[in-house]
Design a protein around this ligand. Structure first.
Ligand SMILES: *[C@@H]1O[C@H](CO)[C@@H](O)[C@H](O)[C@H]1NC(C)=O
Ligand SMILES: *[C@@H]1O[C@H](CO)[C@@H](O)[C@H](O)[C@H]1NC(C)=O
Length: 250
């Protein structure tokens, strides 16, 4: 995560451009920002999301930043990033956002790593309140096929996850209980992926084109995908910008 932080700190000018130009709502108020953390991380880790939140609050005075916590505690939040059905996580977040009075006029969203594709699902499934700009920082929009390294302290969990994925990423039991299986995209078994992927194949419209998803995603003003040039966690790295045939936003 420290690498991520260094990258973001280095990206100061980019960030201020992203936040300073499109952040204003119709009444000129600064739009709030919703962030979704990556795998092995939590809403409030002072070394990652906590300092990113602080950095943005300093760069954009008056902004409300909501760093999503999936679950009731930081520990649950981290565990849910590995084990909680992604579709359930997305619907939890949708109802949280819908109930938040600060977000009623819209918000910008920034997802880190897997949080990038999860927030895209929020945009596609839950148009209200409206998401204006979506920034995916190293999100795996086309899935992963490999998990070379694990962030932070979670290497033992990743060893176990790799074993499960190898034993059958597309079996019902692994799909249901393992977040990373839900965006596992095996290029050599495309039919299996299309048929059994609970999350990614749905939001990437591999089985059917869902006109509602398409329409909702096109409601975004901007969709920014940031790719890490030296990523050692995600394989293949091009998944971070390759949206394949999802939909094109102009
Ligand atoms: C928003 O701010 C700009 C620049 O300060 C101003 O020109 C414009 O009239 C404001 N719009 C509204 C709706 O208040
Ligand atoms: C399309 O997406 C909407 C919104 O999530 C959902 O209600 C609907 O069932 C989906 N339709 C299909 C054909 O998957």
């Amino acid at each position: 995560m420290t690498t991520l932080l260094r990258l973001l700190l280095g990206a100061g000018p980019l960030l201020s451009q992203l936040f300073l130009s499109p952040v204003h709502g119709s009444d000129n108020a600064t739009l709030p920002l919703v962030m979704w953390h990556g795998m092995g991380d939590s809403c409030c880790n002072p070394l990652s999301m906590g300092s990113i939140k602080k950095m943005i609050e300093e760069a954009v005075p008056g902004i409300d930043v909501l760093s999503l916590m999936i679950g009731k505690t930081v520990i649950q939040d981290t565990e849910n990033g590995f084990f909680m059905d992604v579709n359930e996580q997305v619907s939890m977040v949708c109802s949280q956002l819908a109930q938040d009075p600060k977000l009623k006029d819209g918000y910008n969203a920034m997802g880190f790593s897997q949080g990038g594709q999860f927030l895209r699902a929020v945009a596609q499934r839950c148009p209200s309140p409206p998401m204006k700009t979506l920034i995916s920082v190293g999100g795996q929009q086309q899935g992963v096929y490999g998990l070379p390294r694990c962030p932070g302290e979670s290497s033992h969990i990743c060893d176990w996850i790799r074993k499960e994925l190898n034993s059958g990423a597309y079996t019902d039991i692994v799909q249901k209980h393992l977040v990373q299986a839900q965006y596992w995209h095996d290029p050599l078994n495309d039919d299996l992926y299309k048929k059994h992927s609970l999350f990614l194949a749905d939001i990437n419209q591999e089985r059917v084109v869902n006109e509602t998803y398409k329409k909702n995603l096109q409601l975004l003003d901007k969709f920014v995908m940031v790719k890490f040039l030296q990523d050692s966690v995600v394989d293949p790295v091009d998944t971070e910008v390759n949206t394949g045939h999802i939909v094109t936003i102009s």
